[in-house]
Ligand binder design. Structure first.
Ligand code: HEC
Length: 205
């Protein structure tokens, strides 16, 4: 009975029902939806972790060896280039977006990314741990294709304040340098523990 045609077509009908009923399959919680294979979920998570680690290390080294002024240039070059090479390597799109934005080309959240950020804010206010904040969504991208959307929260740590903190946290030369490089900068005024943004990944399934 295990693989009877009846059983198979019944499961197919249920799967179709779910698909047509919701249009998009989604699960906005910390766990990946059933439609995402565990191996895909795991590798997506790992890639987001790589971006955060590589960038974090570069930033830390630059801050301690060359100081925050030089670190602005490191951020400016390293962040987009790490994102670009991870995207090419894995056939995905990965970037960072902000709740307030410094890089107006790469850092502005689109609709689903905004939704992820506002969901993170809400889950934080309900006491959820920052480390658990992930967002998963699978959409039907047309022609029978599906696309995975993933976001992981980025929180403000003490090290971030010299470039994203209150006016009193940011030295005058640093503020001037940021203004020069990013005339439209909005990404200041943060304090430790606030949601700074997210790593976001779009992956064709
Ligand atoms: C030395 C200054 C500096 C420090 C310290 C710093 N940042 Fe940034 N941050 C920048 C710059 C410059 C950009 C724009 C990078 C780019 O052009 O992609 C940026 C962009 C970002 C973005 C992308 C969204 C946006 O606004 O463009 C996030 C998220 C972010 N920073 C988080 C952090 C976090 C979290 C920390 C602390 C762990 C941190 N930053 C520390 C300078 C800094």
């Amino acid at each position: 009975m295990k693989n009877s045609p009846l059983r198979l077509s019944a499961s197919l009908a249920i799967a179709l029902l779910i698909l047509t009923d919701t249009g998009t399959l989604r699960a906005d919680t910390g766990t990946a939806p059933d439609s995402v294979e565990p191996s895909v979920a795991q590798s997506t998570r790992a890639i987001a972790g790589q971006l955060l680690n590589q960038l974090g290390q570069k930033l830390k080294t630059a801050m301690t060896t060359d100081g925050p002024l030089a670190a602005v240039s490191v951020c400016k070059e390293a962040a987009p280039s790490i994102a670009k090479s991870l995207s090419a390597e894995h056939g995905i799109q990965i970037t960072r977006v902000g709740t307030k934005v410094r890089n107006s080309k790469m850092g502005v959240p689109n609709t689903w990314q905004k939704e992820a950020l506002s969901q993170f804010e809400e889950r934080l206010s309900q006491g959820e741990k920052p480390a658990d904040l992930e967002y998963w969504q699978v959409i039907d991208s047309g022609n029978g294709k599906r696309e995975l959307h993933y976001a992981k929260a980025i929180m403000v740590q003490p090290m971030c304040l010299s470039c994203h903190g209150q006016a009193s946290d940011i030295s005058t030369p640093l503020a001037e340098k940021i203004k020069l490089e990013y005339p439209e900068d909005q990404a200041t005024g943060y304090s430790v523990g606030k949601l700074r943004g997210a790593v976001v990944i779009t992956k064709p399934l």
